[in-house]
Design a protein around this ligand. Structure first.
Ligand code: DSN
Length: 414
């Protein structure tokens, strides 16, 4: 066995024995992985179905058209959107929107990183800030934690008049009404990009409001990665109102990208078949039931965390539980300690964080991956309580024993 296969085997063993609470990760079906490693990898297909620059793409045309059709069937009930499935991942998908509709000097309004925004939403460190101006809206404290500050959102829109508003988050445990936010932004004359990378599984199953809407109630552009709650391969999709599709397609090819990764497109198609109920994940559960279980398990995890005395930033309404760490905690050391006990998490910034990006003040947890492995409510709550104890400085041996046993018990599909 060469070094690469040796490492892959070790990683598989490690994944199987790990308790994965990273909110942006998941375990796609073996069919998704099979297609990702399939002969679609061998083919170049610059262009779009019906207009390719190399020979031999009739089946590639059929594949891409099929996957686009499935994507629209799963997400768009309005028949107002088109989709491009050639984008390689979430951050490039967002960039394709910027390159399509922004001119140098245009202003973009998005949620700031500490409040749960994403790096690719033109955070201060983004290389794209040399082309565009960037401003943030923020969160307001409510009885449930922190939620989008509608007054701030409205007043920033009125004051800044951004060309583009981004609605979509990386560490935001609450739900929000896309139609309301889209209407406010459109009333102001701004275009809207909804980045549903984290919640696309929830949106697809009606467990979160949708940005696919008619007229002003819908986002103009919608991006999503396909490997988080959607449970597909590492890839992305870019939806846009039909009027913007020719420009979006042109930005992607030939504007910025070469040949699409047909193997990724095929694997995304498999994930969409599973979401639509045309095929199933190995546990045979309908995808809608899976998403409901993810949300219930996240609540159980949060209940366990709270029972240990840990502080929750905002009460979960999705697949994310966000913890405010005690002031004295070094979040990097905590993350490493949990990993040594077999539990994978990621340290994360939280609203009003005084820590650095390397040692922020929060810990983000999610139940999407463990739910794919069949964890139940009781175990999720126990796990939350044990992780909570470790956060507060106790019980590392108990957590280690629990995670070892749980890793053995949970399903493993590969
Ligand atoms: N790591 C992913 C997330 O957590 O949002 C994407 O950057």
């Amino acid at each position: 066995m060469n070094k690469l296969f040796e490492l892959t085997k070790k990683e598989a063993d490690k994944q199987r024995s790990s308790i994965n609470l990273i909110a942006s990760e998941n375990y796609p079906s073996p069919k998704v992985l099979e297609l990702l490693g399939s002969i679609w990898n061998d083919k170049y297909a610059e262009g779009y179905p019906g207009k390719r620059y190399y020979a031999g793409n009739l089946l590639a045309d059929e594949l891409e058209e099929f996957v686009c059709h499935k994507a629209l069937q799963v997400f768009d009930k309005t028949n107002q959107y088109g989709v491009n499935v050639q984008v390689l991942s979430g951050s490039p998908a967002n960039m394709m929107v910027y390159f399509t509709i922004l001119e140098p000097g245009d202003t973009v309004l998005s949620l700031d990183l500490n409040s749960g925004g994403h790096l690719s939403h033109l955070h201060a460190t983004s290389s794209l800030n040399k082309f565009y101006n960037h401003q943030n809206y923020g969160l307001a404290k409510t009885a449930e934690g922190y939620e989008i500050d509608l007054e701030d959102f409205k007043s920033k829109l009125a004051k800044i008049k951004p060309r583009l508003v981004i609605i979509g988050f990386s560490a935001y445990p609450r739900q929000y009404q896309f139609s309301k936010l889209c209407e406010i932004a459109h009333d102001n004359g701004s275009l809207v990009l909804a980045d549903i990378s984290h919640i696309s599984g929830l949106v697809a199953t009606g467990n979160h409001s949708t940005p696919f809407g008619s007229n002003d109630a819908g986002a103009d552009f919608i991006t999503t990665t396909t490997h988080k709650t959607l449970r597909g391969p590492r890839s992305a999709m870019l939806f846009a109102k039909k009027e913007y599709m020719p420009a979006i397609n042109k930005t992607i090819f030939p504007g910025t990208s070469g040949g699409p990764h047909l193997n990724q497109i095929a694997a995304v198609g498999q994930a969409l078949l599973e979401v639509a109920g045309d095929d199933t994940y190995p546990d045979k559960k309908p995808f809608g039931d899976y998403i409901k279980a993810v949300m219930a398990n996240t609540q159980a995890l949060q209940k366990g965390l709270e029972s240990s005395g840990v502080e929750i930033v905002s009460r979960t309404q999705n697949h994310i539980a966000l913890v405010k760490l005690p002031e004295s905690t070094d979040s990097l050391e905590l993350q490493e300690l949990l990993e040594r006990a077999g539990v994978l998490t990621n340290r994360n910034a939280i609203p009003n964080d005084m820590g650095s990006a390397w040692r922020p003040g929060g810990l983000r947890l999610g139940a999407a991956a463990l739910t794919s492995r069949g964890i139940d409510l009781k175990k999720s709550e126990e796990l939350g309580a044990l992780v909570g104890s470790v956060i507060l400085g106790e019980g590392i041996e108990q957590l280690k024993a629990f995670s070892l046993a749980l890793g053995d018990q949970l399903a493993w599909w590969y």
